[in-house]
Write a protein that binds this ligand. Sequence first.
Ligand code: ZN
Length: 217
Amino acid sequence: MRIILMGPPGAGKGTQADLLVHELGIPHISTGDMFRKALKEGTPLGLEAKRYMDSGGLVPDDVTIGIVKERLDMADAANGFLLDGFPRTVPQADALAQTLQELGVALDVVLDVVVDRDALLARLTGRRVCRACGATYHLVFNPSLQGDKCQSCGGELYQRDDDTAATAENRLDVYNKQTAPLVDYYKKKGLLLEVDGGKPVDEVTRDILKALGREKR
Ligand SMILES: [Zn+2]
């Protein structure tokens, strides 16, 4: 199975990725992991990417695509993979299509985990952190038993700047602007499969596996 997993921040993509690679026995290839691996192995492209990252800049597309290509060419990806965080743009998707063609393989499906905006905002803004011990909670998914105090140390819980509504709105806008064309791109190729990510985690996994024709182990 060769899968691309897409979904906005807060859609639970990371959790689904972990569950799916376990169920399907394929490697989870995320952009972050790819860069780390390329760096660790000291490949020329890894070192080039490091130069951009060290100077605080964005890694250019040709470097990123080169790293994706190196990664997809590794033995563990020969029988499938779940790509997460790449491609993000149509030019990257074109480059990926070309890479896969060169490798003589094809994508099976592009999963788009869809969650409505209000639910995403609730998820993205619900995190609370203890000022004293750093424990993290979530108003919806993992509330402190002590209300607005930390349940392990009694410390004050606060919302980090990264988790405010304004930041969350901005992240969603950036994602939508960047990714909407990609959704159309894969829809036209007949590869897009929308998944209702508003359901509980287990049900989302089950729906995906069912749609892929695989039953949960
Ligand atoms: Zn605490």
